[in-house]
Structures are given as C-alpha cells and as structure tokens.
Ligand binder design. Structure first.
Ligand code: TXA
Ligand code: MG
Length: 315
C-alpha cells in the first residue's frame, strides 16, 4: 500500500511501521523510542532479537540524543560522510531502548541522504529505527515494488523511487580515536582511512562485531552460483539439466547466449545501484539456478563481492 509523506508521519507517530526509501535500500521504519513499534519490525521481518537496528536521524546534532560518546574522530567521520551511506556505531546512552541495540552497549546511527526521507525525519522530529525492508536473510529492496513483493501489500510504503546507491551502508564503529570497519559499503575503507588520518584498528582483542551479519544473507529464493570467468559459467549452463539465468558483470558481453541473462558493465557504482533489482528480476523468472559472473577481486568491488558471496549458497 503506497502512502504519502503526511500519512507516513501520522502512522509513525501512532506507533505503526512504514517502509521508507533511503539512498542505499528501503528501510522498514519505526519510531526508535516506541518499543511496541520496534517489536513490530522484528515480527514482520522474522528477524532474530540479537540483530540490532540502525537509528536514522535527520541531523548530526541528534547524535547526542543517542550516543554517550561522540569523539573528535567520530565527529570528523560524520562531517565527511553524512548525509550518506555511512553508519556510525558509538557507545550508547543508557536511555536507548535495548530492543534497538539488541542488548549491545552501542548504538548504530546514520543520517541518510535521500531527500524525501530527510524531509520525513525533519518534519516529524522522529528518529527512525530501520533495518532493510525485507524478510530476514532475503534480498534487500531498492524499489517500493520490491518491498511489496517481499512483505506483502499490507505494508505501508513511502515511495521515493529507485535507490541510487543500491547496497547497504558502510558500517564503522568508533571508540575514542580508534575505528573499525564492520560492514563493507560504497564508502570504502581507503576513503575512511584518508579522512580518519589513520588505518582501522586491528588485532585479536578488537575483532569487529556486527551482530546479525549471517553468512546466508541478501539471498534470492533461487540457488545462486558464482563464477570467476565467463567460459566456466557457460560451461556449467551447457552441462546442466536445470534451467538457468545469469547476471553477467562484464564490459564486453558475448553476442549471443541461449539463456536469460542481465548484463551490467564493470563499473562498481552502476553495479551496486542495479544489483538487487537484477537479482529480484532473475529470481522472478523461477529458473532452477542463477549464475553470476563475478567482478574482479579488487578493493572497489569488496562491498559488492561481500553481498554476492552471501547470496550464493550450495544446494
Ligand atoms: O543502508 C543501510 O544501512 C540500510 C538502510 C535502511 O539504512 N539498513 C540496513 O539495516 O542495512 P540492516 O538491519 O539490514 O543491517 C544493519 C546491521 C545489523 O545487521 C548489524 O550488523 C549492524 O547493522 N548494527 C546495528 N547496530 C549495531 C550495533 N549497535 N553494533 C554493531 N553492529 C550494529
Ligand atoms: Mg538487511
């Protein structure tokens, strides 16, 4: 069910959940101070209770409503990357609901850069807890239509068009003057190091923890196999008795193939923008096997490779 901005504000203030657009993926939002609304998020997503939520705020000044510490390093990163596809995990104030934090001592915060959602945040004055608007382990939505397919038409959706970044935010935890990368995203480790003026902290005592990053995640319903080269992919298809469809990330696609496929050029921002939509479309073909020609294993492709590796599974 599509709703407008005024309706979305009314529903969120009444403790209902609403799917909202962001520049990364659609989120399933609730007032981050309303525990019964927060519980509905977990129920609708069928998400385990140990997987914390990101709190979306309209302005950097709101960090102090949630975090017990906003160190100079965290402030520098926020200034550089907000609004944008970047999430900061900071020590939480005691007042932050344990449901948002999933009992962690920290809270994840993000100022998204989607114009309609910034307007929603500012006009409502709310902070919105929002995980991706899909059932647990399934593909993230990058259009309002994906949300409806995944969660059903009863879900209220604020339609903000197709997401421009297309994959989930980079997550960084900051404690004092140290930082760690918890999830790859389109803001790269190199960009963060450059702004921070130092590399991420390493070492056994500081293994980064991002609860809920399960191996099987971001998965289409159809089994998905990854290939390093096109010859291997074609060979698999030719020897397979199953129906196949492919996502081919390559600048020079072969002129003819005898099976359904989607091509994306070898440009990381473009692949990120269209990745989930391509996987949703291939999934809807109801073939027995999806085949993906992987992008190269270089730093600018890490976030996309992370999503593809999690989507692939061996049945
Ligand atoms: O781009 C995004 O980040 C999207 C949009 C909607 O903002 N949201 C998103 O949420 O990807 P979700 O729930 O699918 O992933 C959030 C992840 C959790 O799985 C967890 O790994 C991490 O954020 N996280 C949240 N709070 C945390 C905390 N306090 N400590 C460590 N990791 C946390
Ligand atoms: Mg998710």
């Amino acid at each position: 069910m599509l709703i407008n901005l005024i309706q979305a504000i009314a529903k969120l203030k009444a403790g209902e959940i609403v799917a909202i657009p962001t520049e990364t993926v659609y989120g399933l939002a609730a007032d981050a101070c309303n525990e019964s609304a927060l519980r509905q998020i977990y129920a609708v997503k069928q998400r385990p209770a140990d997987n914390p939520l990101i709190v979306h705020i309209g302005d950097v000044a709101q960090v102090l409503d949630w975090a017990a510490e906003f160190s100079p390093l965290a402030q520098t990163l926020a200034k550089a990357f907000w609004p944008g596809p970047f999430t900061l995990v900071l020590p939480a104030l005691n007042s932050v609901s344990a449901i948002v934090r999933a009992n962690e001592p920290t809270v994840a915060l993000r100022v998204p850069s989607h114009a309609l959602t910034l307007q929603l945040l500012k006009q409502s004055g709310l902070a919105l807890a929002a995980p991706s608007a899909n059932k647990y382990t399934q593909l993230s939505p990058t259009t309002a239509a994906h949300v409806v397919v995944g969660l059903g038409d009863e879900i209220a959706v604020l339609d903000g068009g197709a997401c421009q970044v297309g994959i989930e935010s980079t997550i960084v935890s900051v404690a004092g003057d140290n930082w760690q990368l918890l999830r790859h995203g389109m803001i790269t480790e190199a960009q963060i190091s450059a702004v921070a003026g130092k590399p991420a902290m390493l070492g056994a005592a500081s293994v980064p923890k991002a609860p809920g990053q399960h191996i099987l995640h971001y998965s289409p319903k159809t089994p998905l196999k990854l290939f390093d080269d096109l010859a291997g992919l074609i060979n698999f298809q030719q020897n397979s008795r199953q129906t196949c469809a492919a996502l081919i990330i390559d600048d020079n696609p072969p002129p003819s193939l005898s099976f359904n496929r989607i091509y994306l050029p070898k440009k990381n921002a473009e692949v990120a923008e269209h990745l989930y939509d391509a996987l949703h479309r291939l999934d809807a073909l109801n073939v027995a096997q999806l085949l993906v020609l992987k992008p190269p294993n270089t730093p600018e492709w890490l976030a996309i490779l992370d999503r593809l590796n999690r989507a692939a599974r061996d049945d």
